[in-house]
Write a protein that binds this ligand. Sequence first.
Ligand SMILES: NC(=O)c1ccc[n+]([C@@H]2O[C@H](COP(=O)([O-])OP(=O)(O)OC[C@H]3O[C@@H](n4cnc5c(N)ncnc54)[C@H](OP(=O)(O)O)[C@@H]3O)[C@@H](O)[C@H]2O)c1
Length: 239
Amino acid sequence: MDLKGKNALITGAGKGIGRALALALAKEGVRVGLVSRSVADLEQLASTISTQFQTKTSYAPADVSKRDEALAAYNHIKQDLGPLDILINNAGIASFGTVTQMPPEEWDRIIQVNLYGTYHMTYVALPDMIDRNSGSILNIASTAGERGFATGSAYCASKFAVLGFTESVLQEVRKNNIRVTALTPSTVNTELAANAGLKIGEEHRMLQPEDVAELALATLQLPERVFVKTAGIWTTNPQ
Ligand SMILES: NC(=O)c1ccc[n+]([C@@H]2O[C@H](COP(=O)([O-])OP(=O)(O)OC[C@H]3O[C@@H](n4cnc5c(N)ncnc54)[C@H](OP(=O)(O)O)[C@@H]3O)[C@@H](O)[C@H]2O)c1
């Protein structure tokens, strides 16, 4: 499927995987709507895209864990670009600690951003996709959504939930020709991974945000009659 001229909204677009997704889609001629909390990141990315690619951008600072902010960002981007063809729920945070060590507020926050952020944006975007009888939703989950590990209770619970949410929504809306996909990367070389203390090793041997974006693009470019349900992407030979 040719993505040129399609409209996409990407959450967590300011950095890391979201930024790489925005650049990869813009390169294909997709009109990209950018959402994250830091307006400086969004401005910088929108300006880079306008300089490098012949496509339209829109951006809206928002905390996707808050439903009213998610709705306002969605409406702003829809007004600028037109109805959405692609929603990428990528915004996420991570920190690790045992159940008893991690402050409950931090545990709550991880669930609110990773799970509720995905839910809120899907909730606001789906009705228009159903009305138009088409659309693609891509949720960025994680290998942490497939297996638990010590200190990962909040992050793993959020990502297991994103996978359950993805599968339920896809069963609801595939009859509306809407494709719903979850990607499950292992550790990616981003600020999130570095700040959470995950092992990066030599950069050139490590999964990069651009690699995840390439997989996302490939799934979106499949013919509309098919979709990838879940796809993992791993570093070949981690250190
Ligand atoms: N890096 C990894 O190893 C890895 C592996 C598997 C899956 N993932 C998943 O991939 C996604 C992207 O992660 P990343 O590694 O690219 O992280 P990153 O480099 O830290 O970027 C995260 C982006 O999300 C935004 N964001 C955070 N909280 C937000 C909120 N409440 N509302 C709106 N935007 C928010 C951040 O901007 P602001 O702070 O300005 O809002 C930033 O632009 C996450 O869902 C993560 O769980 C990451």
